[in-house]
Design a protein around this ligand. Sequence first.
Ligand code: ADP
Length: 536
Amino acid sequence: MNKRLSTAKGPKGIRRFLVGDDDNGIALLTVAAVYFGTGRLGLSLGAAHGFATLVWLPSGLAVIALFRWGSGLWPAITIGAFLLNLFTGAPLLVAAGIGIGNTLEALVCVALLKREKVCSRLDSLHDVLVLVLLAAPISALISATLGVGSLLLGRVIDWPAAPVTWITWWLGDMVSLILVAPLLLTWSTLARAAPSRKRLVELGLISVSVVVVGLFVFLGLLRPTHWQYPVNHLIYPLLIWAALRFGPRGATAVMATFAALAIIGTLQGISPFSTGSLWLRLLFLQSYMGITAATTLILAAIVAERHALEQRKDEFISLASHELRTPLTCLLGYSQLVQRKIAGSDHLLVLQMLASIETQAKNLARLIADLLDLSKIQAGNLTFAEEAVDVDMLVREVVEQLQQTSVQRQINIEGSAPGVIVGDRGRLGQVVINLLTNSMKYSPQAEQIIVHLTSTTKDLTVSVQDFGIGIPTSEQQKIFQRFYRVAGEHKQAGSGLGVGLFIAHQIIEHHKGKLWVDSTEGQGSTFSFSLPWESP
Ligand code: ADP
């Protein structure tokens, strides 16, 4: 039942429930029955003075029912809670009071969530904090206070029993709202895409680990009988794994599995929460579970938020580079056309200006091309041609081309790397251009750059050596990351986006090669890449 139910407000809803002749009636009946059934189960587990329990699923279920299908479903909660308490032995008016309290709890919780526009995915810190710090504690407080108040007024319990009953009621409802509600909320919408094979393997791995660790920690599996040492902390790595890799859905699923095993183990007296009366054991267990669930939800939301932000940034880069490319191509085209038209005339200054417009436009085009490549890499669709590439010849061509643009610097080639590989000529040329332009940019005073070509029977290696500012050892791995630029002198040496080496790394990796750097600060750097090759 995915559609929102037509709002059957108040008495109309009750009438429909009683008549039971449409969708709303069936929904009301179902929710009331589930509320009643799960409530009975909860009250059978260590209830304080018969009416308040620490294992209370109905609060979370009620919130989900109203959140998903509309608050018009509230009579189902009132009826379920009323009948449950009547059945448990409460006088008519007391059962009615408790029913009202439980209904208000769900209505207030949902109203707060809706007012703050909380999304069922729980993938933002704001949404999780609204649930954990506002909606859950406040609504549980209403239910606990009205419930215990009704029991006191009806003389079902006396004053000395009130504090224990209240704390049990409040904590039981809170944990349900923090643990059960998020589980159902996050799983109430379908996943956006089918998981890849790699992800399925990871899913299998985490599931097995959760069950094994859960059984070990909470049910004593493989543990010596008189084991006294605390082992609860073993669940944290798995919760963090789930939150980091599977987001709020993964986190809630793992948390619910642990919670279920923990309750079973605690009831049997074999979990780490097995000292004292059943009520005391469940009290400590549930406060532990509530805090762990809240922390895990917060972590999962922060991670999800970060992913979403990254995705938006990548989309923006892709869009911006596409948009920038069209006007730039037009500018470049016209400046070349005008140059051709007035070539040979005596407008020397104008020709010089047009030439510099062309150079700058080409620089800009290169930056935009880098950004486009970057967004393709992020989207996983950077394409590569497969052709025969003579690496030695390719390097010599690129060197010759760049030498023409830099007269004050000599680029020398030493050695040779004869051999043809299968790969993308354009992309490999892009790597060589990047390494050479970097070596020019970051060695402003040096007069020479050396390109070393070597080959073995297994691979071909190209090294670009400069005698410039070098790179501190601590930065040498980081420069291959996206957007990373070394601070200080490097930023003054030349402008850049910090994406060239990242792209180069991806290209070499695609060719099953290696890209690395050897550098000494103040003396210069040597960037090398090797490509696998089979000598004939
Ligand atoms: P950028 O466009 O900033 O040059 P790259 O990804 O090509 O981006 O390089 C990343 C960073 O690595 C540069 O910002 C610079 O700090 C450092 N770097 C790259 N090549 C050299 C080099 N030959 N000498 C010194 N530092 C270098």
